[in-house]
Design a protein around this ligand. Structure first.
Ligand SMILES: [Zn+2]
Length: 461
């Protein structure tokens, strides 16, 4: 007969269980008190920025596969919810979510694009995808260091800091890393902003890219100019190169170019005199000129051609009157009375889908503006005067839905080098930018205005 195994006495069993339970509870408390995300060192933060910069996502053949897995790995370390959306195959949009404690409130969207413009490596001091950190200056040289991988990583690093400090957002915080901004965003942010996924996110405010500022102020943008790409065509009777006659195609085009040049000068004078910012005027630049009859050695020289075409890149601020500009084009720049026609290759809207000018009001009517000012001030930053972005960004797709979208890339004391050779960002400026986003994300995601329902329940009390 086997010996009866020794069983603990009931009291003894109870005290062992109690001890185990106590141990379990205290270890639970430790794991609750200890944030699940560890604080990063400065060199870890800079190294992650360099790794993102080293992924060659330049158009026309961006390595989205690698950027996607890089972003997903960080999202995983931060325990963020993630999904990859492909509105067009091969063009992934990485969408991350940091759930808030009150998902009924509209969410915050932090947008950035993953692609960069091409570069000419032989014109750079360091290869554009090496992300070389100059030890004497602290400059990090890379394509995308300003436009805008800096911002995308700063969002993540700010969340890293907030998570390691134990902070919990009230509102849901989303991060979108979108493809193809540099080629128009049609397969990225445009489709995203119109998608069902986006509708369900219940976005209340969007932050997107801004520009570097050579002085100590951070630039902030509340709208952007729309691109109108137009070609004008003149036709006329061909004739001998020695003959003077009226209404040749070239003469008709000359008159238009002269009229456009005068308009351009007047607009440029407003900028030069300092009375208007660059984004507040209509800019017109001639980008091509097509005329002449080709010959084996160049062009036929004794023949006045019967057709001449010129192309213009026009940028129109949202505050401009589109009808007045259209009239000017039809009556002065390409009048049919001079045998001229015009055609738009692109004509960006100045008004959103509700017919309102596509600008984000930066005044008391927009609480996000006051919160941004407060957040920047709390992080010891100073904002410049709000501006219209001189070129296009993805923010227009969100503004088109009537959503407030603010352009902001925290780069003060930095020369504007986007799309230029030797694009760089100083590491200290980059680190300072993370602290600004810590303050912004904290302020934005904690913003819980009193609702009518709150007021009603307060009245009941
Ligand atoms: Zn950009």
């Amino acid at each position: 007969m086997a010996a009866t195994p020794h069983l603990p006495q009931p009291e003894c069993f109870l005290s062992v269980s109690l001890l185990l339970l106590l141990l379990l509870v205290s270890s639970l408390q430790i794991s609750l008190a200890k944030p699940s995300v560890q604080e990063s060192t400065e060199s870890e933060i800079i190294s992650r920025f360099q790794q993102y910069l080293q992924i060659n996502t330049s158009q026309p053949d961006p390595d989205y596969k690698q950027s996607t897995s890089f972003l997903l790995a960080i999202a995983n370390s931060l325990s963020l919810e993630s999904q990859v959306l492909e509105f067009v195959p091969g063009k992934p949009l990485v969408l991350l979510k940091w759930p808030g404690t009150d998902p009924s409130l509209p969410s915050i969207l932090l947008n950035s694009h993953t692609d960069v413009v091409p570069s000419e490596p032989h014109k750079w001091g360091h290869p554009p995808f090496q992300a070389h950190l100059d030890p004497s200056t602290g400059h990090i040289f890379a394509r995308g260091s300003q436009d805008m991988k800096c911002v995308g990583m700063q969002y993540l690093e700010a969340i890293w800091k907030l998570r390691s400090s134990g902070f919990k957002p009230t509102r849901d915080v989303y991060l979108s890393f979108v493809p193809d901004e540099e080629i128009g965003g049609h397969d990225g942010a445009e489709k995203f902003a119109e998608s069902e996924v986006f509708d369900k996110m219940n976005v209340g405010v969007v932050l997107d890219e801004g520009l570097a500022s050579p002085d100590g102020f951070y630039r902030v943008f509340y709208g952007e100019r729309s691109a109108w790409w137009m070609s004008i065509k003149a036709v006329g009777k061909p004739g001998h190169g020695a003959k003077l006659y009226d209404n040749s195609a070239m003469e008709n085009l000359f008159k238009s170019i002269e009229s456009i040049r005068r308009f351009r000068s007047a607009q440029f004078d407003l900028v030069k005199s300092g009375s208007r910012a660059e984004g507040d005027v209509i800019s017109v630049n001639m980008v091509f000129l097509k005329a002449g009859t080709p010959s084996p050695t160049g062009f036929v020289m004794n023949l006045q051609p019967s057709e001449a075409v010129a192309g213009f890149d026009i940028r129109v601020p949202p505050t401009a009157d589109p009808l007045a500009l259209e009239r000017r084009i039809a009556e002065e720049w390409a009048p049919s009375s001079r045998n001229m026609t015009f055609e738009f290759k692109q004509k960006g809207p100045l008004h959103d889908k509700f017919g309102k000018p596509m600008v984000t009001p930066l005044d008391d009517s927009n609480p996000w503006w006051g919160l941004l000012q407060k957040a920047i001030k709390n992080a010891n930053g100073v904002l410049g005067k709000p501006e219209i972005f001189p070129a296009s960004t993805d923010a227009r797709y969100f503004r088109n839905r009537g959503l407030p979208a603010i352009g902001f890339s925290p780069m003060a004391n930095t020369p504007i080098l986007l799309h230029d050779h030797n694009e760089y960002l100083n590491k200290d400026e980059y680190l300072k930018g993370i602290d600004l986003y810590v303050s912004i994300i904290k302020t934005y995601s904690s913003f819980a205005p009193r609702t009518a329902r709150d007021d009603a329940s307060r009245a009941e009390l």
